[in-house]
Each structure stands twice: as C-alpha cells, then as structure tokens.
Design a protein around this ligand. Structure first.
Ligand code: LMR
Length: 361
C-alpha cells in the first residue's frame, strides 16, 4: 500500500472511531405517572441537566405514563437492562423481595416531612439502598410525592365507612393489611389500570396523593375524597447496577451531581404540585372533599397501629424503631425551638409545650 493510501486508510479509521466515540450513552428512564407530577417533572428536569452537563455524551429518554412498562414489568426491565433508570414508588420494592422498604407504607409512621427526609437521607435510607445491590440495582436518590388521601364513591369519614369497600392498592403486603385493618377489601392493581377500574366499578375507591389523583383524572370517577394523610408515597430513583458501574467515572460523577440537584428540585415542587392538584379537584366540582378532623384521625390511627406490630419481623423491628426515634428527635427539636423565643422574652424555665396535634403538611 502506498503511503498516501495508508494515510487515507488511517484517516478513515480515525473518522469512524470519532463517530463511534460520539455516540451518546442512552439512559432509558421509564415511569408510570403523568409528566406534570412531582416525579414526572423531576424526570424531565434530570434529562435536561444531565444532557447539558455531559455536553451530549449522555442522552436521557424519558418514557412517562406506563408507556413502556407497567409497575411490575418495569422492575424486571431494569434488572434485565432493557431500561437503565426508574423511580418506582417505595411500595413496589416489597415484591422484589426487599421487604424493609415496606417501612414507608406503614400507616401514620411519619408525622411530618422533616422526619421523612431524615429517614430517607440518614442511615435507614443508606441501609435500604445497600439491600438493593444484591438484586443488581443501585439506589441513587429518594424522591418525594406526599401524603396519601382516601377516595371512594361514598363518603369515608369513620373507620366503619370502609366496611366492604373494594379499595385499589399498590402491590404491598403492608397496604393490604392497612385496608383490612380498616375493614375494606384490598385489590392489587397496576397504576395504569386504576382509572378504568374505578370508572367501571371494579373497585370502589383508592388512595394516592393529590397529584396522582388529579393527573389520572380519578376525581372524575370518585365522588368523595377524604384528606386523611394516613400514609406516605415516595420514590427511590434506581439504576441497573452493572450499567452504572460500567459508566466512565467522570460521567458517573456528573450524573450523580445532576441527580442530587434534581432531588432538591423534586422535593421543592412536590408540595406545590399536590396543593395545586387539590385546588384543581376543588375547582372541578366533581368530588366532595372532607378533611378528617383530629378526633377521627386519632381513631383511624388506633385502628391502624396494629399494622406496625404485624410487620415488625418482615420490615425489621430495628428499622421501625429507628424511624420512631427520628420522629421523636424531630418532635424534641421542634419543642425546643418553640420554647426558645419564650425563654428569650421571659427569663426563667421554658414553658412546657402543649400536647402535640397532627401537623398540617
Ligand atoms: C401508584 O401505583 O398508586 C403510584 O404509586 C404510582 C406512582 O408511581 O406514583
């Protein structure tokens, strides 16, 4: 081969290599909710900043609304590497065999968001993510949605009102026990099927934060809604571990930071999105909204507390106790804070705080 021919071949080879090297790393991010929810907006936000910060070296394809996979299927798809990123609700990790995640489903376990964030971001959250690794999954972040509300086609005010109601739940043994403790008949169903099941009367009611209820138009097929805040719905953002470990280190660092920033954004918008959704449901006028008064909330709590005990073994007694401890610590700090200005204004011992009422979130 002449020198000229060799150089040409080399140049062509280099060009082919450049084209190949320029191929972006694709992250398929599948989820089951609408784009205009806390999770949906955060997924789009992550796409934007991840693509910008990696200067196109990473392409994030977001597939909302169960477009690619439903709840159970998406977990399998992640493990098989058909998608690289998901943000399933925390209730969906039990069926994967990581029962400790069911901590988040325990009714009334988190008295406020502060407790919740400390649980997610502290030792408990870290331990939960470690447990995922044996499943080929790596946990990146915890995202928030909000506290769940009950809806049905009849008013639900007292525990007795649940008797015999068919209530759709996510696939969680704790949620099953929760509905049974209330006297209802739990029905496991994929999120994408809830609207039509409510419309056709396959189930009578369900539970979800307002953002999910509104964006799935459940209010159009639910005459009654009770603002009960009886349980929590959040997410774990997860990736296929082999995929994540195989990324170039600089890309992984950039994506990690993009995810941390997305998490700040997500937690900031979660409450706003839920407040807006509640206002829109009110404006739609299709659903009567009832706020569970404190005295009834205490009765609901009493009916539901045995569920904590029932799941001690599966979730881990230490896990549950650790969450109680975090709640107690937050309560203690709040009490100290509330007492501080009084102590400053008036010398002498700080006044005792009145008995805690459930907080408005
Ligand atoms: C549900 O299945 O009810 C929701 O948790 C879906 C979601 O991801 O918010």
């Amino acid at each position: 081969m002449s020198l000229r021919a060799s150089l040409l071949a080399l140049a062509l080879g280099l060009a082919a290599f450049t084209v190949q090297a320029a191929e972006p790393i694709v992250i398929k991010f599948s989820h089951v909710v609408a784009p205009d929810t806390p999770k949906g907006r955060a997924a789009d936000y992550f796409k934007k900043i991840a693509e910008e910060r990696t200067k196109g070296a990473v392409k994030v394809e977001v597939y909302p609304n169960s477009q690619l996979y439903k709840d159970r299927e998406e977990m399998e798809a992640l493990q098989l590497g058909a998608v690289q990123m998901l943000a399933p609700s925390l209730a969906k990790f039990g069926p994967l065999g990581v029962r400790a995640f069911e901590l988040f489903d325990l009714p009334y376990i988190f008295p406020n968001k502060e407790t919740l964030y400390r649980v997610m971001d502290g030792d408990i959250g870290k331990k939960l993510f470690t447990l995922l690794e044996a499943k080929g999954i790596y946990g990146l972040a915890f995202w928030d949605n909000g506290f769940k509300q009950m809806s049905a086609n009849k008013p639900i005010r007292t525990v007795e009102d649940f008797k015999g109601l068919k209530m759709r739940i996510q696939s969680s043994k704790v949620l099953e026990a929760q509905m049974k403790a209330l006297g209802a008949n739990p029905q496991v169903m994929a999120f994408s099927e809830v609207y039509s099941a409510l419309q056709q009367g396959v189930v009578d009611g369900t539970e979800n934060p307002m953002s999910n209820l509104y964006t799935q138009k459940m209010h159009e097929v639910q005459k009654h809604l009770t603002l009960s805040d009886h349980g929590y719905l959040g997410y774990a953002v997860i990736v296929n571990k082999a995929f994540w470990d195989g990324l170039p280190a600089n890309i992984r660092t950039t994506l990690d930071k993009a995810m941390a920033d997305t998490t700040v954004f997500e937690r900031k918008i979660a409450q706003e999105e839920n407040d807006e959704a509640l206002a829109k449901v009110k404006a739609a006028g299709t659903t009567q909204i009832y706020t569970l008064p404190y005295k009834d909330r205490v009765v609901w709590q009493q009916a539901l507390l045995p569920v904590h005990k029932e799941f001690e073994e599966k979730i881990g007694k230490d896990m549950i106790q650790a969450a109680y401890n975090v709640a107690a610590q937050v309560e203690k700090e709040k009490a100290a804070q509330a007492a501080a200005p009084a102590a400053k204004d008036k010398p002498g011992p700080a006044k005792a705080k009145p008995a805690a009422k459930p907080e408005k979130k």
